[in-house]
Design a protein around this ligand. Structure first.
Ligand code: GSH
Length: 208
């Protein structure tokens, strides 16, 4: 397998974290976003959206979008653990993946990149106020579940936890802490204590 990625990308980190939990070997192909490598004709043949991560499977199939790649890896290598196959179990996971790609991406992740004054395609799509409002919806939804359960979608970690973890855990880098959400903070610690956990790609000047 080949993963087209970049160390600092939270979406790429989701894939690296699942691959680590699954114990799967893979080759990393760095994509220099700062140099526009995601817009070359060669890369656009892999992902017409011009985004990382992209996974090329052992059979040579290219899969783009972190959610799709998590689904593929979970079912291909993870049995029933990371993405249960029963209708309700699968739906329970998918609802958290939807939260991550909506309130997570346009709330938590965007509030962070705007707060850090990062100029990238995500930070240009909306305001800090709108992003923080959505981030609070994401945090309240996570906190409500985690106040009474250890994991988001089942009684064990799934790709729901892997998808929602990185941008939530990186959010304090933008200068706002998550102290109002003790269940979320306890969930970070549970995930971070698991064997084969991979450290988050924190910014050198990170505040927490
Ligand atoms: N929904 C996509 C978002 C992917 C995404 O935003 N990737 C960023 C890096 S974290 C990227 O490639 N940005 C390059 C650009 O937009 O030019 C996913 O989950 O994979």
């Amino acid at each position: 397998m080949k993963l087209y990625d970049l160390e600092r990308s939270g979406n790429c980190y989701k894939i690296r974290l699942l691959l680590s939990f699954l114990g799967q070997a893979y080759e990393r192909v760095p994509v220099a976003l700062d140099e526009g490598a995601q817009r070359t004709p060669e890369f656009l043949r892999l992902n017409p959206r011009g985004q990382i991560p992209v996974l090329v499977t052992d059979e040579g199939d290219a899969i783009w979008d972190s959610t799709a790649i998590l689904v593929y890896l979970a079912r291909r290598y993870g049995g029933e653990q990371w993405l249960p196959g029963d209708p309700l179990g699968m739906a329970r996971v998918m609802q958290w993946l939807a939260l991550e790609q909506n309130e997570g991406r346009y709330g938590t992740a965007r509030a962070r990149v705007i707060g850090l004054n990062m100029k990238n395609s995500l930070s240009q799509t909306g305001s800090l106020e709108e992003s923080r409002r959505l981030a609070e919806v994401a945090f309240a939804t996570l906190e409500e579940r985690l106040a009474t359960h250890s994991w988001l979608a089942a009684d064990h970690p799934t790709i729901a936890d892997i998808a929602c973890y990185p941008y939530t855990a990186l959010f304090p880098e933008s200068g706002f802490n998550l102290d109002a959400y003790p269940a979320i903070l306890a969930w970070f610690r549970r995930l971070e204590q698991r064997p084969a956990y991979l450290a988050l790609p924190r910014r050198p000047a990170a505040r927490s």
